[in-house]
Structure formats: C-alpha cells, structure tokens
Design a binder for this molecule. Structure first.
Ligand code: FES
Length: 187
C-alpha cells in the first residue's frame, strides 16, 4: 500500500510551487499579448501613410477633349486634386497648371507643365508672339516647349504624359520636376 501511494504521487504532475509558477507565467504571456496586440495594430495604422508616401504619380482629369480646340494653340488649364500630407486629407484645390494643345484633325493632346524649369515661376503664353515667356527672368520657349536661346532656363518646358479617356476626359500625369538643372528629374 505504501508503495502504491508513492507510485500515484509520481504521476500527479509538478509540485504545487512549480504549478503556480507556470500558471503565473502563462497569465503574464497572455496579458502581454492582449496588451501589445492593439498597440502594435495602432502603431501600424499610424505609420501606414508613411508607407504609402512616395507612391507613383497618377493621371488627373484636367478637362474635356472638346475644350481643347484642334488649332495647335496651347490653352491653360488648372490641375485640381485632393491634396494629402502624411496624415491629413484636404478638399480638392488647384495644385498647378498645364498648357494643352491639339493639332488639327487629331484627338492627340500634348501637355506642358506651366511651371518654369528655371526657378519654378509660372510661364505665361504670349499668343501674339506665338511663344511662352516666364516673367521672372525672361526665359522664352516655343509653343511646343522648346527653349529659345539665350534663356536662363537650363532645359525646355517639361512635357507631361497625357491621354484621352474613353469618356472624352483629358488626363494628365501630374509630376513636378527639379528646377534649375538641365536634366528632367522628378521631385
Ligand atoms: S523662373 Fe522662369 S526664367 Fe527664372
């Protein structure tokens, strides 16, 4: 009998002291996970805009094809978009401007950024003189954006990708480029 009792005690699991320690450890791990999981999700959500920052430029609708006469003369259009910084979204507002032009009898539209490549001023069209001119330092450009020498601008006006959607909307890939350098480098 004495031997029987001793045998049962061997299979009864860890001693009470060790059992309490394991239970407390398990409770600690569970409590830690329960606390850290929401914190981790919160941090992930907080940093999410930073992960998305730097995404590729998108095509923005600027006008309708019918608003760009096929006479080869550039017309100015505002680029309007919803702006957003890392955490805050803003209502749609003008973020820049482009010149669009269309050759006679075609639906193909060319787009030039209205931002001067020299130092970022706004380039104006001189319809009578059939050229563009920047009022800040007098850079001059041809109607297709080519540079007229001598001009302080280090490169021609920036050509933007442009397409006409099936619904007739003219869409421009809005990008900004580094000013004051000969290469066209996306900012
Ligand atoms: S900013 Fe246009 S010429 Fe200087």
């Amino acid at each position: 009998m004495k031997g029987f009792i001793a045998m049962n005690t061997d299979h009864a699991g860890p001693p009470p002291g060790r059992r309490n320690f394991l239970a407390e450890l398990l409770a600690l791990v569970c409590g830690g996970l329960a606390t850290l999981t929401p914190v981790g999700v919160g941090v992930w959500a907080f940093l999410d805009p930073l992960r998305r920052k730097g995404s590729a430029a998108s095509f923005l609708p600027v006008t309708e094809l019918a608003a760009v006469p096929d006479d080869g003369v550039p017309r100015q259009f505002a680029v309007i978009a919803e702006r957003a910084d890392a955490w805050t979204g803003f209502a749609a507002e003008p973020i820049g401007a482009v010149y669009l032009r269309r050759a006679k009898g075609t639906d193909a539209v060319e787009a030039l950024s209205a931002t001067c490549p020299h130092a970022g001023c706004f380039v104006e069209i001189e319809a009578a003189e059939k050229c563009f001119r920047c009022p800040c330092h007098n850079s001059e450009f041809t109607l297709d954006g080519g540079i007229v020498s001598p001009s302080p601008s280090p490169r021609p006006m920036d050509v933007l990708e442009c397409r006409v959607a099936k619904n007739g909307s003219v869409e421009v890939k809005w990008e900004k480029f580094r000013a004051g350098v000969a290469e066209k480098i996306v900012q």
